[in-house]
Design a protein around this ligand. Structure first.
Ligand SMILES: C[S@@+](CC[C@H](N)C(=O)[O-])C[C@H]1O[C@@H](n2cnc3c(N)ncnc32)[C@H](O)[C@@H]1O
Length: 269
């Protein structure tokens, strides 16, 4: 599908039946991508996440970083500003175009790569010290097969002692108790209403309403935290530390987001 054709989201007659890992291609249409940075609010997000990702990457001695879910470039640009050598992957060309423009405005040239995670190493042959998959992106995969394949591709893109930082919404909370976002850490745009419109064990359909009354949706798979941790171990990561809203200790149902830091270096049992 060409860039011009992708103006509006189309979930067909039964939007909650759309549970497909390929669908992200239809969701990030030009209008939504244009508005994504309103949803994020870059300055608020920078100050709320502080230097967590930068510090974690530096602690692990990372220099070459693969941003696997570049989106509009928020983390790629921050990481480049902090001195990392960054390659910026996304499977949405609309997102990569926007990221490139955002970087340009900051006098940066992003190295963008249009690639789908499920066959990432077909298009990206280098090996990295670290990979990041941030902003609740992994949730776009709807089958266990795609999730395992993606994690295996991320694992393969890392050097022998590389790390993967992957985050997710606290879906346990949404599934068990309903939606109670504090809205403070990630999607910080104050004037954008972001909430789930429909939730079951296989779908969290979020509705994003912007001040100009434009409405967009994202259909996502509600990942339970321990399930993601298990998959990370099963594809070969040796240690997985999970933070809740950037803190190492937290009550299970408190954080809005979990951040998994998965290490590849072999550890003797
Ligand atoms: C929720 S956005 C997050 C973007 C950015 N990391 C942020 O935090 O603002 C998810 C991104 O993942 C990308 N994505 C989703 N599924 C993908 C796949 N299978 N392969 C490559 N990119 C994918 C989308 O195109 C989108 O840019």
């Amino acid at each position: 599908m060409s860039l011009q054709q992708k103006q509006v989201q189309d979930y067909g007659e039964n939007p909650i039946a759309v549970r497909d890992s390929d669908n992200y291609q239809n969701e990030y249409v030009e209008g939504f991508v244009e508005k994504w940075d309103e949803l994020i609010n870059w300055p608020a997000r920078s100050s709320s996440e502080g230097s967590f990702f930068i510090d974690t990457l530096k602690e692990h001695g990372a220099e070459r970083v693969l941003d696997t879910a570049t989106g509009t470039g928020f983390h790629s640009i921050r990481l480049k500003e902090s001195g990392f050598n960054v390659a910026s992957v996304d499977g949405s060309v609309e997102m990569l175009v926007k990221a490139f423009e955002n970087a340009n405005r900051k006098d940066q040239i992003l190295r963008t790569i249009d690639a789908d995670w499920r066959w990432l190493t077909r298009d990206v042959q280098e090996r990295f010290d670290a990979a990041v998959c941030l902003g609740n992106s992994f949730t776009h995969l709807f089958s266990e097969h795609d999730r395992r394949k993606t994690l295996a591709e991320f694992y393969a893109a890392l050097k022998y002692d590389g790390i993967l930082i992957l985050d997710q919404r606290n879906y346990d909370l949404i599934l068990d108790e309903g939606f109670k976002s504090k809205h403070t850490y990630y999607y910080c745009g104050e004037n954008v209403k972001a909430e789930p419109e429909y939730v079951d064990d296989g779908l969290a359909r979020f509705r994003y309403e912007f001040p100009d009354n434009h409405v967009y949706h994202l259909n996502m798979f509600p990942l339970r935290k321990d399930y993601v941790r298990r998959l990370l171990y099963e594809v070969g990561f040796q240690e997985v530390i999970t933070y809740g809203d950037f803190q190492e200790t937290y009550h299970q149902h408190e954080p809005d987001f979990f951040i998994h830091v998965a290490k590849k270096a072999y550890q003797k049992p």
